[in-house]
Design a binder for this molecule. Structure first.
Ligand code: URA
Length: 238
């Protein structure tokens, strides 16, 4: 093993420890945001008190290659004191045009889940994505793009302090779990992200792309949603 490999391995070990600590809700002491970002392989994020301030910090973001194809950065929307945060994958076409998350067909289904299923208003929860800019042709966000953008999502979550995070789809689940996961295996299970109970479920777009399995997928999502409701003290009708 060369010295460079050795240093790389040590850095990877530190990154794993930092991520594990953060997932337990522990903030690493005595490290500047820039040093932390370097060790975590992401962007340096200045601490902010409000979502508006964080939005200003992100600015006209050029931190990763997704900036070149986007129309609007999609920061996220909803209640800054939401008990429940939904995290999707990345903005799609409509979201990119409007600068708002989940407003296309998948978004309409998510809104029905929130309003008709959970019984909350869309503006009572917070909705955002793993990356804030639309990937070309709706491809999956790449690891470097996720690494660059994730610190901003973490800062959003730190400000909102939700009681539950729901990860929509495989990309959100894998990014928050810090390892590749199969959504069909991990959905409906509780994990922890930054010390907050976190449950992955199917992405609404996946349900829409699989009309033959729509009923069974919706049933599974409803099972997951009921557990999420119980976690934030809401009763379901059944
Ligand atoms: N799919 C996502 O993951 N996010 C959006 O904002 C819209 C569709």
């Amino acid at each position: 093993m060369t010295a460079v490999d050795e240093v790389r391995e040590i850095l990877q070990g530190i990154r794993r420890c930092l991520t594990a600590g953060r997932d337990l809700g522990l903030e690493p002491p005595g490290l500047s945001p820039a040093a932390l970002a370097y060790l975590e392989g992401g962007s340096a994020v200045q601490r902010t008190a409000t979502l508006e301030q964080l939005r200003d910090v992100i600015g006209d973001c050029r931190r990763c290659k997704l900036c070149s194809g986007r129309t609007n950065l999609v920061f996220g929307e909803g209640s800054p004191s939401a008990r429940l945060v939904f995290v999707g994958e990345a903005p799609g076409r409509e979201e990119d045009i409007e600068g708002r998350p989940f407003i296309g067909e998948a978004g309409k289904l998510l809104t029905r889940i929130i309003e008709n299923g959970i019984g909350l208003k869309r503006e009572d929860v917070y909705i955002c994505n793993i990356v804030k800019c639309r990937p070309p042709d709706n491809r999956k966000p790449e690891p470097d793009e996720i690494r660059t953008c994730l610190p901003f999502l973490r800062e959003q979550l730190r400000i909102i302090k939700p009681q539950v995070i729901c990860g929509l789809g495989q990309v959100a689940a894998s990014s928050l779990m810090g390892k590749e996961c199969k959504i069909s295996r991990e959905r409906g299970k509780w994990f922890s992200y930054m010390g907050v109970p976190f449950m992955p479920t199917f992405h609404p777009a996946y349900i829409l792309r699989n009309p033959r399995d729509e009923r069974s997928l919706k049933k599974l999502v409803w099972e997951d949603v009921k557990m999420i409701m119980a976690q934030i003290g809401l009763r379901s009708g059944d």
